[in-house]
Design a protein around this ligand. Structure first.
Ligand SMILES: [Zn+2]
Ligand SMILES: [Zn+2]
Length: 282
C-alpha cells in the first residue's frame, strides 16, 4: 500500500497514465487494488505497453479484463532486441490484429544500458516501425541517450511523419525538437520531479500543449517524495502537477490537454465502416 493517495479530483482533472507496466510482477499481489487506487485518484485510463511477446500478451489480457480502463500495446523493448527477433516480430504482428491493441511498443534504442549492440537494437526497432505503419498504429518509443540514433533510424525507414510518443522523456529541449517535427508526442513521468532533472524541466516548459502526455512508467520512477516505493498509476498526478507549475498553467488545463492528447493517440482504431477522413492521421 502506498502511504499517501491523492484525493479524488474534480471531473475536470481526470488523467490518463499513458505508460504503466501493470503486467509486471510487483503488481501480482494487488493488481485490482492498484486499479482501484487509480480510479479513486481520477486516473481514467492506463496504457500498458509490452516489453516482449509474453508481456504484450499479458497487457492484452489486462485490457480484455478491464475494458475501457486498460489499453494494451504490443512491443519489444530494446533490452529484448538481441539476436534473431523474426519470430517475436511475427508474434507481435498476430497480437496487433486484436483491436484492443492500440499501439506498437515499447520499442526504441537504449544506449544508456547498452543491452545489445546498436545494429541489433536498430533492426528490432525498424521491424516494429514497419509493423506500426502497416497496422496504422501509433508507436511508443523508448529512447535513452540515443536521440540522434533514434531519429536517424526513423528517417532511414522513410518516415517524415510518425504518430506516437517519445515516452518517459529524459533529454534536453534540443533532443525533443526532431521528434516534435515528426509530429510525435512527448511523455513526462515523475523523473521530472527529481533534483537533478533541471534540463528536463526546462524542456517540459517548451513542449507544445497539444503534444504533452503524462505517465508513470510504474512500477519504476516514483515521484521524488515517494522514492524507494513502488510507483503506481494513481501517482501520475505528480507529473501533471509539476508540469502545470513549471508552465504556470492551471492544473486543470494540463489535465484536460494530456487526457485529450492521450485519447487522440491511444483511443483505439476507427470503428469498421468509419470514413477515411475520420481515421487518425496516417
Ligand atoms: Zn521505456
Ligand atoms: Zn516502460
Amino acid at each position: 500500500m502506498p502511504d499517501t493517495l491523492p484525493a479524488p479530483p474534480d471531473p475536470d482533472a481526470v488523467l490518463i497514465d499513458s505508460h504503466a507496466h501493470l503486467d509486471f510482477r510487483p503488481f501480482d499481489e494487488d493488481r485490482d487494488t492498484v486499479l482501484e487506487h487509480a480510479a479513486a485518484a481520477g486516473v481514467a485510463g492506463i496504457v500498458n505497453p509490452g516489453v516482449d511477446v509474453a508481456s504484450s500478451r499479458r497487457a492484452l489480457a489486462l485490457a480484455a479484463a478491464h475494458p475501457g480502463v486498460v489499453r494494451a500495446a504490443a512491443g519489444i523493448h530494446p533490452m529484448g532486441s538481441g539476436g534473431n527477433v523474426a519470430d517475436a516480430l511475427a508474434a507481435l504482428g498476430d497480437l496487433a490484429d486484436d483491436p484492443r491493441v492500440v499501439a506498437v511498443g515499447e520499442t526504441g534504442l537504449d544506449l544508456f544500458k547498452k543491452y545489445h549492440p546498436l545494429a541489433e537494437q536498430r533492426a528490432c526497432f525498424a521491424g516494429q516501425l514497419r509493423l506500426a505503419a502497416e497496422r496504422r498504429l501509433p508507436v511508443i518509443i523508448h529512447c535513452r541517450e540515443a536521440f540522434a540514433e533514434t531519429l536517424a533510424a526513423v528517417r532511414a525507414e522513410g518516415f517524415s511523419q510518425l504518430r506516437g510518443v517519445l515516452h518517459c522523456f529524459s533529454g534536453r529541449w534540443q533532443d525533443a525538437v526532431g521528434f516534435l517535427e515528426l509530429g510525435m508526442h512527448v511523455g513526462f513521468a515523475a523523473n521530472l520531479t527529481y533534483p537533478r532533472a533541471a534540463a528536463l524541466r526546462e524542456a517540459a516548459v517548451r513542449i507544445p500543449l497539444d503534444r504533452l502526455l503524462v505517465e508513470t512508467d510504474a512500477p519504476y520512477l516514483p515521484p521524488q517524495k515517494l522514492r524507494g516505493q513502488r510507483n503506481e498509476p494513481a501517482f501520475v498526478r505528480a507529473a501533471a502537477v509539476l508540469l502545470a507549475a513549471l508552465r504556470r498553467a492551471p492544473a486543470a488545463e494540463i489535465a484536460r490537454a494530456t487526457t485529450r492528447n492521450a485519447l487522440a493517440l491511444f483511443g483505439g482504431r476507427p470503428t469498421p465502416g468509419a470514413t477515411e477522413a475520420a481515421e487518425p492521421g496516417s
